[in-house]
Design a protein around this ligand. Structure first.
Ligand code: SF4
Length: 337
């Protein structure tokens, strides 16, 4: 697949002080990409009126280059202790994406150029852990691998965490662009997880992301470079033939992964869920979606949140756990939710 190239770029004036911004500014102009200078990366809107579909497409073609001003770290359970944000949104267009829902009309891509300041704040936060290991999730607000060719932020983070005895970094991706991350002294302190799914889910809902083959091939490169590796299977969906397809996916993973017996291998399992807000947004952005957002069929958990009914959730949990344990006996399942 091709790497992301924005159709238009907005650069925050304050970001021009950073060398990376100057380089990006020149590179975009050389490629004929229109660049506009703005006061703040926070509230970008197209000049003309747009329908929800047009607006969503506009945001996913738009890049803002800015400075991350809030250097506080929010909790990120169950994935890690805290989030570390070096970019926001991603080039993919997964129909179910919780991030696109949370960002609303601000789902344009943002990259932050003050990585050194962000890492300085991370360092102080690790110190506050008073000797305990402190973990940070790099993918809570984005897929950092999807824009790494523009920023190099992930490489800097991996190098930084490689030197932090008590700091750990966790990354999740659906993109295969890991080649520049393979020769880094990561010191086992960064864990990569590839988000994978059945062929039906990838084909129907995960637009502009790497194919399953590309993700497994990238996972092999990461494993060969000695990084701890895991897989997130999410969102797990129930549809005609789901058991056959998930089994097929796990068999393929087992066959194609160079070291399926790796005892550091982990799985995180997350079932499909939606909220009234996400349903409204998804239906406006993807009017022909075959995503099932039927409130009658799901179980209401309160606060407008819908999940699979308990019996089906239990069946899925048992099915996935049994198959993973059979094919990857040395691996561990971190959670099912
Ligand atoms: Fe959302 Fe991840 Fe898909 Fe990007 S790759 S659209 S962050 S689910």
């Amino acid at each position: 697949m091709k790497k992301f190239i924005p159709k238009r770029v907005f650069i925050e004036e304050g970001a021009l002080e950073y060398a990376l911004t100057k380089k990006l500014d020149e590179d975009f102009k050389k490629q004929g990409i229109p660049v506009e200078y703005i006061e703040s990366h926070n509230r970008l809107n197209p000049k003309e009126q747009m329908s929800p579909i047009e607006l969503f497409n506009w945001t996913k073609e738009t890049l803002a280059v800015g400075v991350k001003k809030t250097l506080r770290f929010k909790s990120c359970k169950p994935s890690a202790d805290y989030r570390v944000v070096t970019n926001t949104s991603c080039p993919g267009k997964c129909e179910y994406c919780y991030l696109a829902k949370n960002l609303g009309s601000a789902s344009y891509l943002r990259i932050y150029v003050n990585i050194d300041e962000i890492l300085e704040a991370v360092k102080k936060h690790i110190k506050k852990g008073e000797g305990e290991v402190v973990s940070f999730e790099a993918s809570s607000s984005s897929d950092p691998v999807g824009v790494e060719h523009l920023t190099g932020n992930l490489k800097k983070m991996i190098e930084f965490f490689g030197k932090e005895e008590k700091g750990r970094l966790r990354v999740v991706t659906k993109f295969p662009f890991v080649d520049d991350l393979l020769d880094i002294d990561h010191n086992n302190n960064t864990k990569f997880r590839f988000s994978i799914n059945s062929s039906y889910v990838i084909k129907s809902f995960e637009h502009l992301t790497g194919s399953l083959d590309e993700r497994i091939s990238a996972a092999n490169k990461i494993q060969k470079s000695g990084y701890p590796l895991g897989f997130i299977i999410a969102p797990l969906m129930i549809y005609d033939g789901w058991k056959e397809e998930y089994k097929e996916m796990l068999l393929r993973l087992h066959k194609e992964l160079k070291s399926p017996e790796d005892d550091r291998l982990t799985f995180e399992l997350i079932m499909h869920r939606f909220t009234t807000r996400s349903k409204n947004l998804i239906e406006a952005r993807f009017p022909n979606s075959s995503l099932k957002l039927d409130k009658e069929r799901y179980s209401h958990k309160g606060f407008g949140k819908y999940v699979y009914p308990e019996g089906e959730a239990q069946e899925m949990k048992e099915f996935m756990e049994e198959n993973i344990e059979e094919l990857f006996p040395n691996s561990s399942i971190e959670y099912f939710t």
